[in-house]
Design a protein around this ligand. Structure first.
Ligand code: UDP
Length: 327
């Protein structure tokens, strides 16, 4: 039986990948240190005999016994608020963490895929973003810890590919949403839905003219799977090219939730990218992939998920496990 190691397995994307690879008939070794991940996302998998969980920080030496055929490195804080709270851990998981994964993949002769990000384009001056654009990143700004770690991650992954001949894949993931996002991680979609459910005003940062393009999680997982199974080692953008301003997005959430609250404006965070939309021509031609779920459909499913959570979740300040790592 083929076996896949997924780091960040208790997180939003990691947990959906666990589901998918088990469905594909593979055994899944799930790894997470649970700083931002949550066991609730994967507890339904514990009875599965082909699923095992390792509570481990991938920034420290990684050991997995037996065969490993694929390694997917998805461990990392992924919201701008998180990078501000745990900047050193963000840098470590993107540098020491990937080095450990690459070492393991090399030892096991496994194929490795990394979760890179549209953040490597920084505040882009090329629009939409194509894979051959090198980006516009501030290395010493608040987002630098994430952006530079991900850029390093691409560099070291490519070095293992060219120097050691390791089979590697690089997914540049654009904003993705869906069930199991953390309600209080500060990202725009859980922020808006949480505010609507609590009866608070929706906080738009800046004047709301900045754009994002949101991809539903099932589409993203399909793209990741196809990329892993392809023979393409160069980076590939994965995201939904349907672009919207954050101001319009707030209006969509107001309609969806039926909240009677209004939009209020707050300061734009430092280095917040003004526009973001993936050019997915490459994924279309190489992987025969494009998103299928439109935003209205995906948002409905996601809203139902957030509504189904216990009420107290809505009022939790943040993830409990931060404390242990920030002291
Ligand atoms: N944003 C906002 N209100 C919020 C949270 C975020 O207007 O309560 C904006 C944020 O400034 C950014 C966009 O929404 O322009 C997306 O932010 P997010 O943190 O989700 O991810 P990013 O794409 O910036 O990494």
């Amino acid at each position: 039986m083929e076996r896949v190691l997924i780091t960040g397995a208790a997180g939003f994307l990691g947990s959906h990948l666990c589901d998918r690879f088990l469905k594909e008939g593979m055994a899944v070794v799930a790894m997470d240190n649970l700083i931002t991940g949550d066991l609730k996302n994967i507890e339904h998998l514990f009875p599965n005999e082909h699923f095992e969980f390792h509570h481990h920080d991938v920034s420290k030496f990684v050991h997995v016994s037996g065969n490993v055929d694929y390694v997917l490195h998805f461990a990392s804080p992924a919201s701008p608020i998180d990078y501000l709270k745990i900047p050193i851990q963000t840098l470590k998981v993107g540098s020491l963490g990937i080095h450990n994964c690459l070492g393991l993949a090399k030892a096991k002769n496994a194929r490795l895929l990394i979760a890179s990000t549209s953040e490597i384009y920084g505040d882009p001056v090329v629009h939409p973003q194509t894979e051959d654009y090198w980006g516009n990143v501030n290395p010493v700004g608040p987002r630098g810890v994430y952006d530079e770690a991900k850029r390093f991650q691409e560099a070291i992954t490519m070095a293992y590919h060219t120097y050691h001949g390791l089979e590697t894949r690089i997914a540049r993931i654009f904003n993705t949403y869906g069930p199991r996002m953390r309600l209080n991680d500060g990202r725009v979609l859980p922020a808006f839905i949480g505010q609507a459910l609590r009866g608070e005003d929706l906080t738009v940062f800046g004047d709301g003219s900045q754009t994002r393009s949101f991809c539903y999680v099932d589409d993203l997982v399909e793209g990741i799977f196809r990329l892993l199974m392809s023979d393409h080692a160069e980076p590939v953008n994965l995201g939904n090219p349907s672009e919207i301003t954050i101001g319009e997005f707030a209006e969509e959430i107001i309609k969806l939730t039926g909240t009677t609250q209004k939009v209020i404006y707050k300061d734009l965070p430092v280095d917040d990218p003004k526009q973001r939309r993936p050019d997915i021509s490459k994924a279309k031609s190489i992987l025969n992939w494009e998103p299928k779920v439109d935003r209205s459909e995906g948002l409905k499913i996601t809203y139902e998920y957030f509504k189904s959570l216990p009420k107290e979740e809505l009022y939790k300040k943040d993830h409990k496990n931060f404390d242990a790592y920030t002291k």
